[in-house]
Write a protein that binds this ligand. Sequence first.
Ligand SMILES: Cc1cc2nc3c(=O)[nH]c(=O)nc-3n(C[C@H](O)[C@H](O)[C@H](O)COP(=O)(O)OP(=O)(O)OC[C@H]3O[C@@H](n4cnc5c(N)ncnc54)[C@H](O)[C@@H]3O)c2cc1C
Length: 110
Amino acid sequence: VLAQTLDTYNRHAKINEDPIFHKNRFTQTISVPPYYFGIERLCVHFCCGGVRFNKNAQVLRKDGSVIEGLYVCGEASGGLHGHDRMGGVALTSAFVFGKIAGKHSISQTT
Ligand SMILES: Cc1cc2nc3c(=O)[nH]c(=O)nc-3n(C[C@H](O)[C@H](O)[C@H](O)COP(=O)(O)OP(=O)(O)OC[C@H]3O[C@@H](n4cnc5c(N)ncnc54)[C@H](O)[C@@H]3O)c2cc1C
């Protein structure tokens, strides 16, 4: 059964079309032992390090003083999550501090 399943999969992979599950994107056939499924690539997922900032998203100097007019959020910001972060919160922090930065910068100019 396994050999038949692999044979069917490989036929579909070669033509990039699977009439059973309607998959149309294949990266490889599974044909040379030892068998691995999927080609893995390393990539940077999230960086905890970055520019120090305060609750207004203002960038801080080493001594903790504010650099007026300079804001940061998202990947460029650092220290919010400590040494590690909970999955899924990177985008939240980018959106939240992006909005805070926008609001705060406008409040400083009006
Ligand atoms: C595979 C993967 C999965 C992820 N999954 C999640 C998830 O499920 N949930 C979650 O919360 N986070 C996830 N993250 C992390 C999240 O995507 C990032 O933390 C977030 O996108 C950072 O947003 P950002 O705007 O700070 O940076 P980016 O999204 O990196 O945006 C920076 C932008 O600046 C542009 N840019 C760079 N240099 C220049 C230049 N010189 N001039 C003009 N533009 C420039 C880039 O092209 C890019 O569009 C994931 C990350 C990866 C890689």
